[in-house]
Design a protein around this ligand. Structure first.
Ligand code: VG1
Ligand code: CO
Length: 553
């Protein structure tokens, strides 16, 4: 077996987005496409500089590798192993079958003090031969690489001429154990064990077991994605939930045709079950790589922003957080519901750009304990990724300890703190030029928007969100156009950084309602005037020819 040096060509567009590099499977299957990106990553990690001096940072190190099991996962794993062996990596910890959920990768990196890890996933994007594939690097803290690193990798992809790769035969990834690959050790590990141990350290498993013994009923929809084995092992295996509690539990390469993005539209089967006469007490859905969660009560959907606020308010009920929280963080478009709780608790609340990579520094510096996003993502300092099953166990615990239903917990929260009505409207697959022009025009309008009145509301802040990381001082500009009104209402416009077809425009709406008599309106009704303002300002209909968003959550 030998290490070969192959010449490669530069591929345009290998710049990681909100969460790694995501493209159509057909793009990833082009000869040398994946090799190019991974070699660029290894070069950057090895400190290859402009004069092409090879560094040694990866030499003797351990990397974690795993993915969400979607189409192309297995082939990509073999390629990455051969590249790793040729680039000085000493050992790879690989999830059995090439499988590791995103939070599990984070848990393994941290628990085993690995140098870093590679996650193969396009997360909430559809899979299969016509679907999407993705790759992301996580650093030694277990979290997504920061923008400085992803930009360096991108720059390297644009000048790369050669790839170093072993010509060794494929490794058997189906059986746990250790084997060699051109001098590198490949250890195939149980994908669930490390993660489950972390859950044990945070939650009262005896109490949760007692809930199921007493007949508490749960339905978790794993959307035929990677969360299935984790949810089954922990809920049905360890906690004694009846078989069938976890549905769509076997990871399929095309997710069985489901779109593994847990919102009421894509998880309509769960929503229908929760509306039935004999509905379970609690329901949840996970996404493709099991880092997202949607939580639902009987006939009651919880807004992700509210979920973060409630978790913050009740964190002390969960053993892992009984000492209280250091602080909390939310992405900018996420509603300010959690801000109110943080204020009441006297803890700091940070506002970051969209994407989990921005929470890492705050968590590492001990500034925050919980984080969340409006896109069905919540997590904590236990790993450096959002974590779907963790959120399910957290909500189960809240119900177990309080003896209250999801609906009563949430409505009570509104009565105490007020309600932040919230919705996100997505306009998917619009031509990139149209989307870019729309954002450019909005940016140009900012000076006139500042101070402008719309009926009873006046814009008190019109800007393009810029974030200065309080820990390392890195600045991330152009993170979303925001209009903040004098009553606290907000309208935010940004373009998605995870899509693979044209552009996706996301418009976020938030309106605070303190009056307890007006907290139970249908969400779209309560936000109708803000939705009209957005249309007036951005002219989405005329520009896109779309009469309505493709998805509203
Ligand atoms: C979306 C969400 C963002 C999330 C990201 C990754 O990004 O809005 O909140 O962190 O997906 O989630 P964007 O740029 O498309 O808006 V996952 O679960 O797909 O890794
Ligand atoms: Co995800």
């Amino acid at each position: 077996m030998a290490i070969n040096t192959l010449s490669t060509q530069v591929f345009a567009g290998q710049r990681p987005g909100t969460s790694g590099l995501r493209k159509k499977v057909t793009v990833f299957m082009q000869p040398m496409y994946l090799e190019n990106f991974v070699q660029a990553l290894f070069d950057v990690l090895n400190g290859v500089s402009a004069d092409a001096q090879v560094g040694t940072a990866l030499h003797g190190q351990t990397l974690v590798v795993g993915g969400d099991g979607r189409y192309h996962n297995r082939a990509a794993v073999q390629t990455i192993l051969k590249l790793a062996a040729a680039n000085g990596v000493q050992r790879v910890l690989l999830g059995q079958g090439g499988i590791l959920s995103t939070p599990a990768v984070s848990a393994v990196i941290r628990g085993r003090q690995a140098f870093g890890g590679i996650v193969l996933s396009a997360s909430h994007n559809p899979g299969g031969p016509d679907g999407d594939f993705g790759i992301k690097y996580n650093a030694s803290n277990g979290g997504p690489a920061n923008e400085a690193l992803t930009e360096a990798v991108y720059a390297r992809t644009q000048v790369l001429a050669q790839v170093r790769i072993s010509d060794a035969p494929d490794v058997d990834i189906n059986v746990q154990g250790t084997c060699g690959l051109d001098g590198m050790q490949v250890e195939v590990i149980d994908p669930v064990a490390d993660y489950a141990a972390v859950m044990h350290s945070l939650f009262d498993f005896d109490m949760l077991r007692g809930m199921f013994k007493a007949g508490f009923r749960v339905r978790v929809d794993a959307m035929n994605a990677v969360g299935g084995p984790y949810a089954k092992a922990i809920l049905e295996g360890e906690l004694g939930a009846p078989a069938g509690t976890v549905v769509n539990a076997v990871p399929l390469e095309d997710f069985g045709g489901l779109h593994p993005d847990p919102n009421p539209v894509n998880a309509e089967d769960l929503i229908a079950h929760m509306a039935r006469e004999d509905a379970p007490n609690f329901g949840a859905a996970l996404d493709g790589d099991a880092d997202r969660n949607m939580v639902v009560g009987r006939n009651f959907v919880v807004s992700p922003s509210d979920s973060l606020a409630l978790m913050t308010a009740h964190a002390k009920l969960v053993p892992g957080y009984s000492q209280g929280l250091l602080g909390v963080a939310r992405s900018m478009p996420t509603s300010a519901a959690v801000d109110r709780v943080a204020k009441a608790l006297g803890i700091d609340c940070y506002e970051t750009p969209t994407g989990w990579k921005f929470f890492g520094n705050l968590l590492d510096a001990g500034r925050v304990t919980l984080c969340g996003e409006e896109s069905y993502g919540t997590g904590s300092s236990h790993v450096r990724e959002k974590d779907g099953l963790w959120a399910v166990l957290f909500w189960l615990s809240l119900q177990g300890v309080s003896g209250r239903s999801v609906q009563s917990l949430v409505t009570d929260h509104w009565r105490t703190y007020g309600r932040n009505y919230y919705s996100r409207h997505d306009y998917e697959a619009i031509p990139t030029a149209v989307a870019d022009a729309l954002m450019l025009d909005l940016r140009a309008q900012l000076p006139q928007l500042q101070g402008r009145s719309f009926d009873a509301r006046t814009v008190v802040l019109a800007d393009d969100f810029s974030y200065t990381d309080p820990v390392d001082g890195l600045v991330s500009a152009k993170q979303g156009i925001r209009l903040v009104f004098d009553d606290g209402a907000r309208v935010i416009f940004r373009l998605s950084g995870t899509g693979t077809e044209g552009a996706t425009l996301r418009i976020y709406f938030e309106n605070y309602e303190a009056d307890t008599a007006h907290q139970d309106s249908p969400v779209q009704e309560a936000l109708a005037d803000l939705i009209a303002i957005a249309e007036q300002v951005a002219g989405v209909r005329a520009r896109t020819g779309m009469a309505a968003p493709t998805v509203a959550t």
